[in-house]
Design a protein. Structure first.
Length: 238
């Protein structure tokens, strides 16, 4: 069939349009491919950068959380010390004195009470340190009822080790505390250590006793407020 001049022009135009559309599609496809390649390259670079420890981008960290230091465990005490402290807790207060057995030494009952506590701990009387245990506190030896005689008795028998107030780090619950109120070399008061408190480098010691009845009397208060300038001593009991 022979086409007219106008038909030939229309066909040529149509073919040109088709070719133009195809070329445009190829260009768009090529551009899309280039974009995908660039994106892939960027992703690869990012992964590579992440894998390189020297190039890791720091991330925001959580705020630090305050952690309380672990509590210092309570020191355990032996059965003899536990029995000693139980006795002290039961009889330190006037009205609860064990006077039926040990009596009361008037206004100066501190060593009588400390001696009772050592018996509760397991100490055994001997010819120098003893009491009749008949309700009469005066029916006892000097070492039983006098702080100075008690000091001399312990020193001679070696039943405990002498410590100064500068050796507080060696003092423990159940030890014996003694005081020289006027620094004359004798002993004026005796008690039983009931608490040792450590806060940083500071060590506070508390004791129980008769004659100014107390269960947790502060050593520091005793030597600075009650008796300014007095000196504290201790006997470390094994």
């Amino acid at each position: 069939m022979q086409l007219t001049r106008w038909q030939r022009l229309g066909l040529t135009t149509a073919v040109g349009a088709v070719l133009a559309v195809g070329a445009t599609a190829l260009v768009v496809q090529a551009l899309a491919g280039s974009a995908d390649s660039a994106k892939t390259a960027q992703t690869t670079d990012a992964v590579a950068a992440t894998d390189d420890p020297a190039r890791v981008t720091p991330t925001a960290s959580a705020a630090p959380v305050a952690v309380e230091p672990p509590a210092e465990p309570e020191p355990t005490v032996s059965a003899p010390v536990s029995a000693q402290l139980d006795y002290v807790a039961a009889h330190w207060k006037l009205g609860n004195y064990n006077s039926a057995e040990w009596g009361i030494l008037g206004e100066n009952d501190c060593v009588n009470f400390a001696s009772q506590a050592m018996i509760a701990r397991g100490w055994v009387m001997d010819s120098i340190w003893s009491s009749a245990k008949n309700g009469n506190a005066y029916d006892s030896s000097a070492a039983w009822r006098s702080s100075t005689a008690f000091m001399e008795y312990i020193g001679q028998t070696g039943r405990a080790t002498a410590l100064t107030d500068q050796q507080r780090d060696q003092v423990k619950v159940g030890d014996i505390a003694q005081f020289d109120w006027d620094n004359t070399g004798d002993r004026d008061h005796t008690g039983i250590v009931t608490k040792v408190e450590r806060v940083g480098d500071a060590i506070s010691i508390f004791f129980a006793g008769h004659t100014l009845d107390s269960d947790f009397r502060s050593v520091d208060t005793a030597i600075t407020v009650d008796h300014p300038g007095a000196t504290a001593y201790y006997w470390s009991v094994p």
